[in-house]
Design a protein around this ligand. Sequence first.
Ligand code: ADP
Ligand code: MG
Length: 255
Amino acid sequence: MNPPQRPIVAIRGLRKSFGEHTVLHGIDLDVQVSQVVVVIGPSGSGKSTLLRCCNGLETPDSGRVEICGHVLADAGRMLAEPALNQLREDAGMVFQSFNLFPHLSVIDNITVGPRKVRGTPRHEAQAQAMVLLEKVGLVAKAHAMPASLSGGQKQRVAIARALAMQPKVMLFDEPTSALDPELVGEVLQVMKLLASEGMTMLVVTHEMDFAREVADVVVVMDAGAIVESGPPQAIFTNPTQARTRDFLHAVLSRA
Ligand code: ADP
Ligand code: MG
């Protein structure tokens, strides 16, 4: 028998407050290598804060966050530079709002990280970027400026930019929520491709079909806590918690 692998993301007792408002009430969550874990739940339930605590954009008040072998946070102490930067390379993040550099072309958006952080020579970084643009279907846009792209194209560039740092896990925070409905599919398709290639992914989304089809584990959050988690089949067809049923009823009746 193979020894059990260590989870690539291990979160224990994660608590986070903003002032008086406790946003995360002690989260425990594991993500195994090559797993796709999809986090769902109502707006304001703490999903973004959870992801932001996974790459050092927020400092947890207490609990432990270990990612890719780095102890990012433990009992309120945070990992410092340069290990924090290494962690951010290992854990790529894609945001709802794309966050491309508006003054850089598509290919420069993708190569700037490898060149500035890794010292990768320009021609090498550009060759890698073209491979990534091929993957996300945007070779023809290599020299376009972000402002000329559709939202779906911008988000695919943002994914390619994250991949350029050769992350070990990808964090997605509602990557399709800012898109017109007809552009959602092209981004989900890229995410499905990554999943099929074995990328480890922690994904916050309201796309229930994606969760059903791609997730290994669906985690339901409400009011700063994990209500339940399990394989999509169990969560979608046989949820054990009333709060899961209410949430699914609300999102699925909207669709
Ligand atoms: P979700 O992503 O599930 O919608 P968030 O993690 O964004 O939830 O937010 C959870 C709660 O924390 C919300 O009530 C939000 O207003 C609050 N919150 C998030 N970020 C901050 C912040 N930087 N300062 C104060 N309150 C915040
Ligand atoms: Mg959010």
